[in-house]
Ligand binder design. Structure first.
Ligand SMILES: CC(C)(COP(=O)(O)OP(=O)(O)OC[C@H]1O[C@@H](n2cnc3c(N)ncnc32)[C@H](O)[C@@H]1OP(=O)(O)O)[C@@H](O)C(=O)NCCC(=O)NCCS
Length: 157
């Protein structure tokens, strides 16, 4: 397989050359991206033997929008006893902490869920998320259901 290459340089109408550079975001506008990278948290649900039984990962998507990128109680036998609800609460608490003292507030939390995942969809619907969009063929095996929760209404942070 040939190595992907960035597009060729550009020559402006005035004859100047422009080139493309790929930079890790930590080194690109560091003030802004330090904040974005700090806003990327994993909340783990750990038992007394140190095993992780569930996780929620969220990231700052825009200055005022958070995406939950991972969310689950690993073992099926552990589900449907309120752990997911408490994990979501722990996630919201960590978002609230992140936004504390920031000049902007958290407006929306969103998540992409397999459209065929009925338990996930029922869970979000039971927790204040509304279906925002269906994205056709988002995954190779099914559509995505995008759910969003309006945090402005709740004044979370
Ligand atoms: C979605 C998930 C995290 C929910 O966790 P959980 O611990 O089972 O959820 P809770 O026990 O806190 O459920 C809270 C409410 O959500 C709804 N809900 C949860 N699972 C449901 C199911 N299988 N069918 C219908 N409603 C369900 C119910 O309203 C439930 O309240 P109730 O039990 O009083 O009726 C869990 O099912 C899971 O890990 N699934 C696999 C991964 C996944 O689908 N992740 C989300 C998509 S990205």
């Amino acid at each position: 397989m040939t190595k992907p290459r960035p597009p060729a340089d550009i020559t402006t109408a005035q004859g100047a050359r422009l080139r493309f550079e790929v930079v890790d975001v930590r080194h690109h506008r560091p003030d802004y991206y330090a904040d974005v990278l700090a806003g990327y948290k994993a909340i783990r649900l750990i038992d007394d033997r140190g095993r992780t039984r569930g996780e929620l990962v969220w990231r700052l998507a825009t200055g005022q929008t958070v995406e939950i990128t991972e969310f689950g109680i690993y073992d099926e036998a552990d589900r449907r006893q309120g752990w997911g609800t408490q994990l979501l609460e722990a996630g919201l608490a960590s978002m609230r902490e992140f936004f504390l003292g920031k000049p902007y507030k958290l407006r929306r939390i969103y998540i992409f869920c397999d459209s065929i995942n009925e338990q996930g969809r029922r869970f979000y619907e039971a927790h204040g998320f509304e279906l925002a969009a269906i994205l056709p063929r988002f995954y190779h095996y099914c559509d995505a259901a995008m759910y969003a929760r309006d945090m402005e209404r709740e004044d979370i942070a």
